[in-house]
Design a protein around this ligand. Structure first.
Ligand code: C5P
Length: 241
């Protein structure tokens, strides 16, 4: 049984990279304009699985970004747990390899069918947007981040992932090697006019990322660090609609 969920109309994913107390406030403030909230390791290690319920209770979707990277059994069982939590999608590192990704994809399909629920999207993280070519080379991977992203995107697709997380600079090169149904999630979103990259190195503006064919944009600090988060979110939404 094919159990795919449909792509949502609103491509903006807000990263809840804040404390538990602040996350509740952000959910209250921004629930009108945003459909998907990203829960990463910071919030999850403070609050635990309850933060997934906070989002689900508001009829919003959870993008669980715990970036699994471990032996195939550990990852596939963690993926089963994520499927049981009722998340919209979640992440693992493509560099965890083909056996890990294949076993994870099988486990999620199996668990979703067993529960009779929609299968969450599986996204493989390629190369972190905080990495430059030099940062990547330091880890023993030669060549450019772009080459590595393309290589990992092909592998992720072959191993049953629904899409990848990559920077805006890699959207077109990925589209050349993976079909248009393969989902592209793009973090490292910054406005050129701000000139503020924080720890991100491979950045792109929201408008340009959408023009190049991103399916979803992940945004944290450009919204969270603004005094008026509502209008910061609206500004991005206006740019991409
Ligand atoms: O604050 P900022 O918009 O830079 O946050 C980007 C978010 O996207 C963070 O939560 C980070 O964990 C996530 N992310 C990323 N690069 C990836 C994958 C996820 O920045 N390759």
């Amino acid at each position: 049984m094919e159990t795919k969920v449909t792509t949502l109309n609103n491509p903006l994913i807000l990263a809840l990279d804040v404390s538990g107390k602040e996350a509740k406030k952000v959910l209250e403030e921004l629930s009108l304009g945003i459909d998907i909230f990203k829960i990463g390791s910071r919030l999850f290690t403070e609050v635990g699985p309850d933060c997934v319920s906070w989002v689900n209770k508001r009829d919003k979707k959870v993008f669980l970004d715990l970036k699994f990277h471990d032996i195939p059994l550990t990852v596939s069982e963690s993926c089963r747990n994520a499927a049981r939590m009722g998340v919209w999608g979640f992440t693992m590192h493509a560099s965890g390899g083909s056996a890990m990704m294949r076993q994870a994809a099988d486990a999620v399909r199996d668990e979703s069918e067993r529960l009779g629920v929609s299968k969450p999207y599986l996204f493989a993280v390629t190369v972190l947007t905080s990495f430059s070519d030099g940062d990547l080379n330091e880890t023993g991977v030669s060549g450019s981040a772009l080459d590595q992203v393309q290589r990992l995107a092909i592998l992720a697709k072959q191993c049953g992932m629904d899409g990848v997380v990559a920077s805006g600079n890699e959207i077109e090169p990925i589209r050349k090697v993976c079909d248009e149904n393969f989902l592209l999630v793009v973090p490292g979103i910054r406005f050129e006019s701000d000139g503020k990259k924080d720890d991100q190195k491979r950045t792109i503006s929201p408008k340009e990322a959408m023009r190049l064919g991103a399916n979803y944009l992940v945004v944290g600090r450009p919204i969270l660090n603004q005094k008026d988060r509502q209008s910061a979110a609206q500004k991005i939404l206006q740019e991409i609609r």
